[in-house]
Design a protein around this ligand. Structure first.
Ligand code: NAP
Ligand code: MG
Length: 404
């Protein structure tokens, strides 16, 4: 059988610990037998980041801008313990943060749905994807405690030194607190474009919500920017794709999400996204079944698993013990990236292969063979918890059949 050939290289970002071990297994057992893999390889393992003064991370992001699609393995974000463990020159920043800043992207988290693992909200039969605006609001705030009798105002000084003032509160009866928050039209617009791009890519409708009835200038600005960009740049494309953009108030969105069957992308302001992403992820179950895609406003895609490097399993593996680590989100990062590469380059076989890789993975779990984290949640009667190697082997067998 001849292998599928690729045109444009995929940017491959290798990573750390257990996910690095699994990364290699996935490539060797599930991808390379079928695809003549053409990647531009960047080693984002912490050792290499330290050797290159983290230049490798920036380089990988620049390559992603150039080629349009990347797949990333989980990486260590250094803390004090990692400084000693890896004898680091510096406490290098989170690679995800660096890449996101360079691509100006938004992260979308999407759960993988399998039969037997029922979400805590049983009506959620389709995935709910959460996008969090990762700039500003309370995450870049200035706060003060205010003594009784003081007056707090907002003062804005324009380019020419002219001041505009607005009263926040006269603290005449009690001491209190104030908070100054901001956001940027530019950042909101990037967020909106990433959301609309991703909705088109997934062919799923997108919701956005804020509290514009109460926050008539601040939140209303979000609503207006989303509406303007949608009308002028995306409405026609959405109509053609048969999907919609829906704006509502945040409390209404929460109520509707709970009653929904899923199958939507939910774009959230920074704080809403922080809170709701944890709620939605928990409701769907295992971290090992949560995927993550970084999408830039100009439609560049970086696929990864939402979980980390699974350090605890790695230390067992180093001692020669077997582990039952879930590779599914990492497999879906690869299938997502290869499918997108196939779509962009017009390679139908590559898209078809990505579909089959996902089907083989889901069929394996639904047949009862799964890793421990999934077995703990699955309601299948014939479920069997297996080691990572066995699980990948079972997927490889099914994939071979589907590819025959
Ligand atoms: P983690 O790697 O996500 O693992 C936390 C725990 O969740 C694991 O110990 C395991 O529980 C369970 N788990 C996560 N993924 C799993 C999988 N695929 N299969 C089975 N169980 C899974 O988070 P962490 O231990 O807090 O962080 C480890 C390292 O990852 C840190 O250095 C952190 O900086 C990094 N990190 C990277 C990313 C990223 O690159 N996107 C994201 C998050 C964290 P049990 O031990 O109970 O089995
Ligand atoms: Mg949170």
């Amino acid at each position: 059988m001849s292998k599928i050939t690729m045109k444009t290289p995929l940017v491959e970002m290798d990573g750390d610990e257990m996910t690095r071990v699994i990364w290699k297994m996935i490539k060797e057992q599930l991808i390379e037998p079928y695809v003549d893999l053409k990647t531009e390889y960047y080693d984002l393992g912490l050792k290499k980041r330290n050797e290159t003064d983290d230049k490798v991370t920036a380089d990988s992001a620049e390559a992603t801008k150039k080629y349009g699609v990347a797949v990333k393995c989980a990486t260590i974000t250094p803390n004090a313990a990692r400084m000693d463990e890896y004898k680091l020159k510096q406490m290098w920043k989170s690679p995800n943060g660096t890449i996101r800043a360079i691509l100006d992207g938004t992260v979308f988290r999407k759960p993988i749905i399998v039969k037997g693992i029922t979400p805590f909200i049983p009506t959620w039969t389709k995935p709910i994807t959460i996008a969090r605006h990762a700039y500003g609001d309370i995450y870049k705030n200035t706060e003060l405690r205010i003594p009784e009798g003081a007056k707090a105002e907002i003062v804005v000084t324009d380019k020419d030194g002219k001041e505009t003032r607005a009263l926040i509160h006269n603290f005449s009866g009690s001491a209190g607190i104030v908070q100054g928050v901001h956001n940027l039209d530019r950042s909101i617009a990037s967020f909106a474009r990433s959301c609309f791009e991703f909705a088109l890519s997934e062919r799923e409708s997108i919701w956005f919500a804020s509290k514009d009835t109460i926050s008539k200038t601040y939140d209303h600005r979000f609503k207006d920017i989303f509406a303007e960009i949608f009308e002028s740049e995306y409405k026609t494309k959405f109509d053609e794709a048969g999907i919609e953009y829906f704006y509502t108030l945040i409390d209404d969105a929460v109520a509707r999400i709970i009653r929904s069957e899923g199958g939507v992308i939910w774009a959230c302001k920074n704080y809403d996204g922080d809170v709701m992403s944890d709620m939605v992820a928990t409701a769907y179950g295992s971290l090992g079944l949560m995927t993550s895609v970084l999408v830039s406003p100009d439609g560049v895609y970086e696929y990864e698993a939402a979980h980390g490097t699974v350090q605890r399993h790695y230390y067992k593996w180093l001692k020669g013990e077997k582990t039952s680590t879930n590779p599914v989100a990492t497999i879906f990062a690869w299938s997502g990236a290869l499918r997108k590469r196939g779509e962009l380059d017009g390679i139908a076989e590559l898209v078809d292969y990505a579909d089959k890789l996902e089907k083989a993975t889901i069929d394996t779990i639904e047949s009862g063979v799964m890793t421990g984290d999934m077995a703990a949640l699955s309601k299948l009667e014939n479920k069997r918890s297996v080691y990572t190697e066995e699980f990948l082997g079972a997927i490889a067998e099914r994939l071979a059949e589907l590819m025959r």
